[in-house]
Write a protein that binds this ligand. Structure first.
Ligand SMILES: NC(=O)c1ccc[n+]([C@@H]2O[C@H](COP(=O)([O-])OP(=O)(O)OC[C@H]3O[C@@H](n4cnc5c(N)ncnc54)[C@H](OP(=O)(O)O)[C@@H]3O)[C@@H](O)[C@H]2O)c1
Length: 291
C-alpha cells in the first residue's frame, strides 16, 4: 500500500492515477473540502485529514509500505513543507515503511537564504537521509502543467508575460514523467538512497516558451517582458502590511531570478536508471492541448 500526500495536487493526482492504472493499492491523503472524487472513482482509498495535525499523519501511516510526500504548502511553509514532512518521516520509521519518496526542488542545496520553501526542503532532505529509512529524493525543476493555463491564454490572445531575464534557463519536467519516476523509485535498485535532479530533456531559455506556444498554435507571440524590480517593488509594498506575504514572495523571487536546469549528463543518468525517455515540453503541451 502506498500513501500519497498532496493527492489532489498537480503531481499527487497524477501519481494516484498511475498507481491505480497499475491496480496498485493507494491511500490518498486529502482534505475534506478538496476535490478528491476522481481519486475515489479510480479506486484509491480516501483518507481525510489535515497535514497540520500530527494525529492525522499518525493514522494515515498505519499499514502502509511506501510513502510519497508530494504535498505543497500555500504560504504555511513551516507547518507543511517542514513540520508535516518531519512527522511523516518519524511515523514512517515507527511503522517500518519500506521506502520514502520525497519531492524536493531543484536547487534545494544552493543555500538560498531568502526562499523559505527551499530552506525547509533542504532541512527535510537532511532529516530523511539521516533517518535510516530507504529513501529517494527527487529535486524537480518547474512542472510542465504550470504552463497549461498560460498556453490557453496564449491561444486566446497571443500574449505571453515573461518576468525576469529572457535568457534564464530551465528544464521544465513533464509532470506525468515525474509521477512515473516517483512511483518507480520504490522498486528501482539504482534509485535507493539517492538524490536526483529531475528535469525535461531540453534546456530551455524563458524566451523559448512563447516560441513553443507560437509553433503549437500557429500564432505570432506578443511578449511582454516585465523586469524583476517590478516584483521587488510590489513585495516591499505588501511587506508594509503583511510581513508573511513578503517572506513567501521570497521563494517566488528566487524562482524568477535564478536558473533551474539539469545538465545533459543528469538527464542521461535519470533516463538510464529509470529506463524512461523523458518527454519534451512541446510534446506534453501537444498531448494536453492539441494543435
Ligand atoms: N509546481 C512546481 O513547478 C514544482 C516544482 C518543484 C517542486 N515542486 C514540489 O512538488 C510538490 C507538489 O507540487 P504541486 O505543484 O503538485 O502542488 P499543488 O498542486 O500546489 O498541490 C498541493 C497539494 O498539497 C495539499 N495540501 C496543502 N495543504 C494541506 C494540508 N494542510 N493538509 C493536507 N493536504 C494539503 C493540497 O490539497 P488541497 O487540494 O486540499 O489544496 C494539494 O493536494 C510540492 O512539494 C512542491 O513544492 C513543485
Amino acid at each position: 500500500m502506498f500513501l500519497v500526500t498532496g493527492a489532489t495536487g498537480s503531481l499527487g493526482r497524477r501519481i494516484v492515477r498511475q498507481l491505480r492504472e497499475q491496480e496498485t493499492p493507494v491511500r490518498a491523503f486529502v482534505r475534506l473540502f478538496s476535490r478528491y472524487e476522481e481519486l475515489e472513482y479510480r479506486g484509491a482509498e480516501i483518507f481525510i485529514g489535515d497535514l497540520k495535525q500530527d494525529k492525522d499523519i499518525e493514522k494515515a501511516c498505519q499499514g502502509v509500505d511506501y510513502i510519497i510526500s508530494a504535498h505543497g504548502s500555500g504560504s504555511d511553509t513551516q507547518a507543511l513543507d517542514y513540520r508535516a514532512n518531519i512527522e511523516l518521516i518519524d511515523r514512517a520509521k515507527e511503522n517500518n515503511i519500506k521506502h520514502f519518496v520525497y519531492i524536493s526542488v531543484l536547487g534545494a542545496d544552493r543555500g538560498y537564504t531568502d526562499a523559505p520553501v527551499f530552506k525547509a526542503k533542504r532541512e527535510v532532505e537532511k532529516y530523511l537521509v539521516a533517518s535510516g529509512l530507504n529513501y529517494t529524493i527527487l529535486r524537480p525543476s518547474g512542472f510542465s502543467n504550470n504552463l497549461l493555463p498560460l498556453a490557453e491564454r496564449f491561444r486566446e490572445t497571443g500574449i505571453y508575460l515573461l518576468v525576469g531575464d529572457p535568457q534564464n534557463r530551465s528544464s521544465i519536467v513533464s509532470t506525468d514523467d515525474l509521477a512515473k519516476i516517483a512511483i518507480a523509485s520504490v522498486s528501482t535498485e539504482g534509485a535507493k538512497n539517492q538524490i536526483f535532479p529531475v528535469g525535461g530533456p531540453d534546456v530551455l531559455k524563458r524566451e523559448d516558451i512563447p516560441r513553443i506556444f507560437s509553433r503549437i498554435f500557429n500564432r505570432d507571440p506578443i511578449v511582454i517582458n516585465s523586469p524583476l524590480f517590478v516584483l521587488d517593488g510590489l513585495r516591499s509594498a505588501l511587506g508594509l502590511f503583511n510581513p508573511g506575504i513578503q517572506r513567501s514572495l521570497g521563494t517566488l523571487r528566487t524562482l524568477l531570478a535564478n536558473e533551474f536546469y539539469c545538465t545533459p549528463q543528469e538527464i542521461n543518468n535519470l533516463e538510464s536508471i529509470y529506463k524512461i525517455e523523458l518527454e519534451s515540453l512541446e510534446r506534453f503541451l501537444l498531448r494536453y492541448l492539441g494543435s
